[in-house]
Design a protein around this ligand. Structure first.
Ligand code: HEC
Length: 298
């Protein structure tokens, strides 16, 4: 530890040298001073602002150091003041207690007093809960009450479901407006009217049955009636597979051959066949998904 005299001199030297450097920087010709600032994209006003802010922070640091230095020097006197009962039981007294290093403020008053019990030679302490622990615990109770009040009673803030929706909507705005971008987020719903489904059925019969089977039981292509999907069984996923195909694996890209409406019709038709268990069904391929809802994978 530095002696107080040395501490003061070294502090004074540091302050003086730092001030001098600062003054020299300010005393440069305006052009010279502005050159590096321009390079960093700052106006001279901004430079002045930051110089002043740094000076302020520096002064506050010096003040804090001085204060701590004084508190350390005066510890014995402060301790005497702290021991006065009137001071000790006031709020300002507690702050003083932290300054003079009263451990009971952190660890609790009662330490290591044995209880009378004797469990086969095992004794038990009856220590206070450490105040830092106790007050943190109270704080969690307050937090919980405020949380329930804010989110569930007043419903003032969005819950995670709503937050998720918002984020997805924001993300959708970033998606390319190009309809033929395979990464475009689509929000189709499966069609359910008999007209659309029978249209989908005839599209299927003339274009898809050769590879996927008359009842979509699967031939060269996978079985489309089970819950297992290679490329996703949600309607937008099926739509995308049909539109862009998996050409490397033999699944045709129907973009340009079928209209967007027809692709949606045939996708909806396929999904309407879920669970029909046709004869000669091909073994499952891919991952299991339940009725159009992708299984959330963690
Ligand atoms: C030339 C054969 C062929 C034709 C025609 C064909 N498919 Fe496919 N299809 C495949 C193959 C092969 C796969 C498997 C791709 C893979 O392994 O990734 C497939 C995969 C699929 C999948 C993805 C299945 C999954 O598990 O994710 C869907 C959906 C699909 N086809 C729908 C259709 C529709 C609708 C048509 C008609 C418009 C059609 N297919 C026409 C061969 C074909």
């Amino acid at each position: 530890m530095l002696s107080p005299m040395k501490f003061r001199t070294s502090a004074a030297v540091t302050v003086a040298s730092l001030l001098l450097t600062g003054l020299r920087a300010v005393a440069q010709t305006p052009e010279a001073a502005a050159a590096p600032a321009k390079a960093a994209g700052m106006s001279s006003q901004q430079v002045l602002f930051w110089v002043l802010i740094s000076l302020l922070i520096f002064l506050l640091l010096v003040l804090l150091l001085t204060f701590v230095g004084i508190a350390v020097q005066m510890r014995p006197q402060l301790r005497k003041v702290y021991e006065l009962p009137t001071v000790r039981h006031s709020w300002s007294g507690r702050v003083l207690g932290l300054l003079v290093g009263d451990a009971t403020l952190v660890k609790g008053e009662v330490r290591d007093e044995l209880l009378d019990h004797d469990y086969d030679g095992i004794h038990e302490f009856d220590n206070d809960l450490p105040p830092w622990w106790k007050y943190s615990f109270y704080a969690t109770i307050l937090f919980a009450v405020a949380y329930v009040g804010y989110y569930h009673v007043a419903q003032a803030g969005p819950l995670q479901g709503a937050e998720y929706e918002t984020e997805m909507r924001q993300a959708a705005l970033l998606v390319s407006p190009d309809a033929d971008d395979p990464n475009k987020l689509t929000t189709y719903q499966a069609l359910a009217t008999p007209a659309d489904l029978s249209e989908g059925k005839s599209i299927y019969a003339s274009n898809c049955a050769a590879c996927h089977g008359q009842s979509a039981e699967g031939k060269v292509g996978p079985n489309l009636t089970d819950e297992y999907w290679l490329h996703g069984g949600e309607v937008n996923h099926v739509y995308k597979t049909v539109k862009f195909g998996v050409t490397s694996k033999g699944m045709v890209a129907w973009k340009g051959k079928l209209s967007g409406k027809q692709i949606l019709q045939v996708s909806s038709y396929i999904l309407s066949l879920q669970g029909t268990k046709p004869a000669g069904a091909k073994e499952p391929q891919g991952e299991k998904e339940t009725a159009g809802k992708p299984v959330v994978k963690l």
